[in-house]
Ligand binder design. Sequence first.
Ligand code: AMP
Length: 613
Amino acid sequence: MVLTIMDGTGNDTPAIGIDLGTTYSCVAVWKHGHIQIIPNDQGNRTTPSCVAFVNGERLIGDGAKNQVAMNPANTIFDAKRLIGRRFSDSKVQDDMKLWPFRVIQGPSDTPKIVVSYRGEEKEFLAEEISSMILGKMKDTAQTYLGKIVEKAVITVPAYFNDSQRQATKDAGAIAGLNVMRIINEPTAAAIAYGLDNKSDITSKINVLVFDLGGGTFDVSLLTMAEGGGTLEVKAVAGDTHLGGEDFDSRMVDQCAQEFKRRWNKDLTGNKRALGRLKCACEKAKRILSCDILTSIEIDGLHEGIDFSMKFSRAKFEELNIGYFVKCIETLEACLNDAKMDKSCVNQVILVGGSTRIPKVQCMLQEFFERKELCKSVNPDEAVAYGAAVMAAKLSGNTDKCFQDLLLLDVTPLSLGIEVKGEVFDVLIPRNTPIPTKKSKFHTTCYDNQSEVCIKVYQGERARSVDNHLLGMFTLSGIPLARKCVPQINDCFEMDANGILTVTSEIVSTGATEKLTITNQNGRLSTDEIEKMVKDADKYKQDDQEYKKKAIAFNALEDCLYNMKHKMKNIENGERLLKMEHVVADTTKWLQQNQAASADELQRMREYIESICM
Ligand code: AMP
């Protein structure tokens, strides 16, 4: 593959849109006047968000997913459910019970994924695993376009908090991408809808995007101006931990219970069995979106026992009805936030693979009093499509369809600081349009207080500690005075990515302090990102070295095979004897030196060729 950068400024390098999903990822680009979804090396338009470490090789995407049942402890998925979260987070603790791979508590409560790679235990942050998936999407685009790709827009669930957004941005940086913008998944889907239906949008409409994917659920209510160009998000709501994976887990539990009932054996400690069950349940779930009955059959599931079980759509719905009801409640909350009656919603757009579940569609339709749901956007690709549109616009593409594209998003959760009595004092309420900047004056709590600790939280609870702590810093050097006299100006600034900067200023002296979210709060430092970029390069080199070795290994085996074939036609006794010796010795050498380097393998091949030719 030949890669070229088109000009020195990099202005002509293509910018891609990446939907980094919990279970699948998708990449798209604007080319020849329209968006193209880029197929991966297997020809698939979406790539499993899965990374595996196997026999010294690193596999990303389809290759990783295909071998999960054989290698469950070293196949990592669901990194998006970990990113930007703490190890002690109850959701992480719950997920860990179902994951066949190991997650440990790293410094400052950061979760670390442990795998065995090349005979050693390696620890990875969720950002690193996500960066590997992003790297794969970048490579997919580079191969397709034949050009270096550096710029990208990456999507995140609308309901991701600041830490999760920051961590996703960091993952992009580790993958060597310049992340031009982080945009919300439902907003990206709405962009796709707007562009595709430009001519049909003849007046301002209210659009509801219902996005139920593999791991996350989002609802966004937007208004779209005539022509679909200007999108104004009115409200978002969601759950960063609700999606197809949860439905699969319920099915897995059900199967494990059934197995226990029939055989009185508990398979929940058998990682390989759980991995195989998970794959089978996911397939069965998809079938149940079309058929009303299917069966799950796995040979030798646990302790050599074959498993077979009928699964009906009714059973699937019964198991997951609680989740579906939660989706509708969240939808109601979103409409309430926007102070909009459901009758005012003109279009309901379905995004995310899990919106194919008939019960979900049926409940939605019932909620909207039998309104037709819009299924014209591809639920698996719409997000990447919209991200690619945004990427093209941000990279200065002057095509006329980008000229009137204007995106006004909102902050999903309230932001504020802790004040006396652990009270959460909100500076930016949820659903405020972004970018935004809000300031508020605070003061000291006691006489001669020379410093204050500013604790920044995100969430909707009245008590600060019940929210998500984003970071804290100390503002010192406050001139001594009676309590409540000094004035401190706290300024919250949220950029278009939904990422926050907090600055506090002592008004009388002008001294300021800025919040840099430190590692203590889950954010990576620049040095750490740099180190991970180097590590990522190293893994890439390892992958290349592995491929080189595999090619050399195959070439030597081929050579031996050809020699053996050739020997059949040789009558010269001495030459034949010599060849037999060399082939036997090399075959033995190959068996005993499986770890030989590519150079050694190549030298060996050259040696036997020189003797036998
Ligand atoms: P996404 O994150 O949008 O790629 O959605 C992936 C999720 O959608 C996974 O949990 C899939 O199992 C699920 N999914 C895909 N197709 C179907 C289907 N036909 N029926 C039910 N769930 C599906």
